[in-house]
Design a protein around this ligand. Structure first.
Ligand code: PLP
Length: 370
């Protein structure tokens, strides 16, 4: 494995300062002996619901399970159509597939990279049941437009908030607009656990109750199974870790914004670089700092040769993946999604990246274009 001078992501910066606190939490969970659905899960659920401004949070095993249980709880299944962005992480699509519903992709907005809200209505049919907006890269979707369409056509909205913890649209937190909202606390997300974790948030007592039973064998009272559930519970240790990290999330996001502002200023007008754009009325949390260039591959190689690791989110759109070959969607069906996949490059952006690191990365990029 290549050793980079500046890796794309180094989680030690956020996790190392918490190591002693994590160790104390491990001992507490251990001594408490309440390893499943214990007090740390309950504390985190309460704290995360409060943080997002929703009435309920149900902790889950991971983000994909959160999306799947969101759809199951809404009653979305075989014969239903679900509108999803053409450009997203494949989990958004897989959730629809795993409940047996039909994926209806909508191309992305070439400026924000989120679902193009002007293209949603033409995809609505009598079978459409739900829209899954994804706040990709930490950039909120235009939730005014999406909720207006959903209300007009009587559709459910299930946000995929895996990449946008703490972001707001018109001062309201993402993950609080939809009927139910899924998120992931995969270690590299803005709020990340030390393993797999996820959650749903909702203002509906009924949806909360259903998810909470579905994740626990369809049961809320031991040995009484009122639904055909599974096991998708949030791990007690991960909840304890997340409890320690949640109060630090806003600070992490401030730092991500500070770093993004440096890139925005320093990379403006450099070569053919297209900088990120922010939705009007939204605050971006820069889960990913994305630039675009027609010379993306060469730029990535040049950065790598100079010790800077970058990634591509995502090199192959979900509909071009072998797993979705059966849908028979032509490669050129979603031109903006294809454009982003072909030209995007994710630069390092995380708490702990120093001003010196930023200067180094920026100078390499400037050097490439001169
Ligand atoms: C990370 C991610 C998920 C899946 O989360 P997991 O916890 O890895 O299952 C879903 N959607 C998006 C947009 C993601 O970035």
């Amino acid at each position: 494995m290549t050793q980079y001078k500046i890796p794309y992501l180094n989680l030690q910066y956020v996790n190392s300062p918490l190591q002693a606190a994590y160790q104390t939490a491990i001992v507490k969970v251990f001594q408490n002996s309440n390893y499943i659905n214990g007090v740390y899960c309950a504390d985190f659920e309460k704290a995360y619901a409060d943080y997002t401004g929703t009435a309920y949070c149900s902790g889950l095993s991971n983000g994909l399970d959160a999306l799947i249980l969101s759809l199951k709880t809404l009653g979305v299944g075989v014969g239903d159509e679900v509108i999803v962005p053409a450009h997203t992480y494949i989990a958004t699509w897989l959730a629809v597939t795993h409940v047996g519903a039909t994926i209806v992709p909508v191309d992305c907005d070439p400026a924000t990279y989120n679902i193009d809200t002007t293209l949603i209505e033409e995809k609505i049919t009598p079978r459409t049941k739900c829209i899954i907006p994804v706040h990709l890269y930490g950039q909120p979707c235009n939730m005014d437009a999406i909720m207006a369409i959903a209300n007009k056509h009587n559709l459910y909205v299930a946000e995929d908030n895996a990449q946008a913890h703490g972001a707001t649209f018109k001062e309201q937190k993402t993950g609080s607009f939809g009927h139910i909202n899924a998120t992931s606390f995969y270690p590299g997300k803005n709020l990340g656990a030390i393993g797999d974790a996820g959650a749903i948030t909702t203002n509906s007592a009924d949806l909360y109750d259903k998810v909470t039973r579905l994740k626990n064998y369809g049961s809320s009272v031991k040995y009484q199974h009122t639904m055909l559930g599974g096991n998708n519970r949030l791990d007690e240790l991960q909840a304890a870790f997340l409890n320690l990290k949640l109060p630090l999330l806003d600070g992490y996001n401030v730092e991500r914004n500070r770093l993004a502002a440096i890139y925005n200023t320093q990379l403006a007008g450099v070569g053919d670089i297209v900088l990120p754009h922010t939705t009007l009325g939204a605050t971006h949390v820069y889960h990913i700092y994305i630039i675009r260039s027609g010379r993306r591959n060469q730029l990535q190689e040049y950065l790598a040769a100079n010790g800077v690791e970058t990634l591509i989110h995502y090199p192959t759109a979900a509909y071009n993946q072998a797993a979705y070959a059966h849908l028979g969607i032509g490669e050129d069906t979603y031109p903006n999604a294809a454009l982003v996949a072909d030209t995007c490059l994710s630069l390092p952006v995380y708490p702990g990246l120093s001003d010196g690191d930023m200067e180094y990365i920026i100078n390499i990029i400037k050097g490439f274009f001169t």
